[in-house]
Design a protein around this ligand. Structure first.
Ligand SMILES: [Zn+2]
Ligand SMILES: [Zn+2]
Length: 172
């Protein structure tokens, strides 16, 4: 009989997805957990600072930016993208709510591949491994290269199904 017991990757990624459901930004729900050995040391999601109106109350705070098209695109036209800047990213909240001593040698599980800014901060946070599920192609190359230089294990669990009702449809 096959065991239904979850492996550790699935176990901690499931928790990260559960945590992401706390987010109140309709555009993006990101959850992350800090793990040392097999011990959970912290959880965080993307959200406005405490005591400040969040996206569900005040609406998203949208900025527009232009990015270069992918290499295989027939057009060289810049692509306009919108993103919400009201929330502190999950990874940054994780760093705000955990201690440096706890982070030394720890692993970060995060529902989405960290953006460049979060990756840069994680690279300097004491952690030794980042595990993510959903990809974020825009920053992938430079983040992967940073982690290689820094000697931080950076891996995607692609073959994974999030727990039911924890994945929000992208509102953008
Ligand atoms: Zn928002
Ligand atoms: Zn980020």
């Amino acid at each position: 009989m096959t065991s239904l017991r979850k492996d550790w990757d699935t176990y901690f990624m499931d928790i990260a997805f559960m945590v992401s459901t706390r987010s109140r930004c309709p555009r993006r729900h990101v959850g992350t957990v800090l793990v040392q050995g097999k011990k959970l040391l912290g959880t965080a999601y993307n959200g406005a600072p405490m005591g400040v109106q969040d996206c569900s109350e005040a609406g998203c705070m949208i900025v527009e930016e232009f990015t270069a098209p992918p290499d295989d695109s027939p057009s060289s036209e810049m692509i306009k993208k919108q993103r919400c800047i009201r929330t502190i990213h999950a990874e940054q909240n994780l760093l705000l709510f955990t201690d440096r001593v706890d982070r030394e040698g720890s692993v970060v599980y995060v529902t989405d591949q960290p953006c460049w800014t979060c990756a840069n901060m994680l690279a300097n946070s004491g952690i030794v491994e980042i595990v993510y599920h959903r990809s974020y192609p825009k920053d992938h190359e430079k983040v992967a290269s940073l982690m290689r230089q820094r000697g931080i294990l950076f891996r995607q669990i692609a073959n994974y199904n999030a727990p039911p009702d924890t994945e929000v449809q992208d509102g953008s």
